[in-house]
Design a protein around this ligand. Structure first.
Ligand code: CU
Length: 188
């Protein structure tokens, strides 16, 4: 009985020490999801010239915008030509505002902006357009890329594997000792 308890206690001790070593690392796992980034973008729209990040760089097509999936874009929107525009996330890139496509309210001031927030949950290559004048006159590329995976750190997995093996071996040894334990001969 003494050897059985000893082996069991040793296995338990090794197991618990190993687990206590691994546990703090498990909390800060590198596989934790990426936090969304806030992306502020200012756009000036013009019916005859397209879009620009500022009044002096308006072009058709406008400047490309690239974000990562999950990013929250806050557009600050001005009308460089004082015409009425809106901003549409043209998810099917047909250069028209379709039902269900995210869009801002209308705006028509070169000095007073409106804001429009879009969470880039759809990965792919799209257009941003003016829904009133269409992409033919006012469009730009919007690229939403999936986040790149962080480098994989296998240390935790290896340590966890070693813990499992140690615990199994310890338990096996304890059981083997229990089986081998000779029965005491009956007293005469
Ligand atoms: Cu417009």
């Amino acid at each position: 009985m003494a050897s059985l308890s000893k082996a069991f206690v040793v296995a338990l001790l090794i197991g618990s020490i190993a687990v206590s070593l691994v546990a703090p690392g498990a909390v800060a796992s590198p596989t934790s999801p990426r936090t969304a980034k806030a992306v502020p973008i200012t756009l000036y729209g013009s019916q005859s010239n397209g879009w620009g990040f500022d009044l002096n760089s308006i072009s058709q097509p406008g400047p490309p915008i690239a974000v990562t999936t999950g990013d929250v874009i806050t557009f600050t929107l001005f009308a460089a030509d004082s015409q009425t525009h809106n901003l549409v996330i043209d998810l099917n890139s047909n250069q028209l505002q379709d039902t269900g496509e995210p869009h801002s309210d209308t705006f028509s001031s070169p000095t007073t902006s409106i804001t429009f927030q879009y969470t880039a949950n759809v990965t792919g290559t799209f257009l941003y357009i003016c829904g009133l004048h269409g992409g033919a006159l006012m469009r730009g590329a919007l690229t939403v890329s999936a986040p790149t995976a962080p480098p994989t750190d296998n240390t935790l997995l290896i340590v966890a594997g070693v813990v499992v093996v140690v615990v199994i071996v310890g338990a096996g040894a304890a059981m083997a000792m229990r089986r081998k334990k000779p029965k005491q001969p009956p007293n005469p």
